[in-house]
Design a protein around this ligand. Sequence first.
Ligand SMILES: Nc1ncnc2c1ncn2[C@@H]1O[C@H](COP(=O)(O)OP(=O)(O)OP(=O)(O)O)[C@@H](O)[C@H]1O
Ligand SMILES: [Mg+2]
Length: 265
Amino acid sequence: MNPVLELQRVSKCFSHRGKPPVKAVQEVSACIYPGEILGLVGQSGCGKSTLARLAACLLTPTSGSILLNGREVTGAKGKALREVHRQVQMVFQHPTASFDPRRTLGDGIGESLRNLGYTKRERERRVEELLERCGLGAEYARRYPHQVSGGECQRAALARALASKPRLILLDEPTSALDVWTQKQILELLAQLQGQEGLSYLLISHNLALMERVCHRVLVMDQSQVVEEGSPAQVLGKPASPAAQRLADAAIPWDLSDPVPPCLP
Ligand SMILES: Nc1ncnc2c1ncn2[C@@H]1O[C@H](COP(=O)(O)OP(=O)(O)OP(=O)(O)O)[C@@H](O)[C@H]1O
Ligand SMILES: [Mg+2]
């Protein structure tokens, strides 16, 4: 099977005048396959979000190549970049901040449809359908981001991500700002959407129990590099790298089927 997205020895170095350069991602190679949920774990600051932004072509790598459906898209511009953004969507940790506070959720969700040439009527209908698929009533289209809960706003962010019929969604800690009940609901929704659409996900999370439960494969990053890759059971149960061992040691076990996480000792 050919990968949806392939990163070939991708590096990103941030240089700001008067400051030492930051090597945020170094020589990372990775593939995401159709229908796959690929987990990305690692300590804070190791480069996960930067890697996701590179994969979404929101950042241009300092070196290396990014291939989407086998075609090089590194440094894509104009129409080619718009096509990458149509196929690769991102969902962030803080859904409220990802919507324009002056515009309704419906406008936010429908924006990419406008670029795809949908008429106003078609957009409205599609926005309603997307909201309903994400477990929200059509009336949410008229609400503003501050008029909904964090969980509802994350559902709207998923509806927005789905609007352009992407092949891949990059989820950067999509549930970490939510309570455990809502986390579970959003995860169930993500699983359901993935089954329906044959989507691929790159899922970044600090919650290893979640990774173990939902991911097909997990990458471990440490100090801007990928240091381990394997099945969740292998990486999180029998970690080979010191970085994965540290994460496994620090993990708090809780079962998602259990609504209440176990108390800390
Ligand atoms: N635009 C930027 N300019 C300069 N440095 C940056 C920029 N974006 C990220 N960095 C640096 O790159 C490194 C990796 O950051 P990144 O946000 O990718 O980490 P992360 O693994 O997502 O961390 P967290 O788990 O806390 O979200 C950090 O040292 C960060 O300070
Ligand atoms: Mg991050």
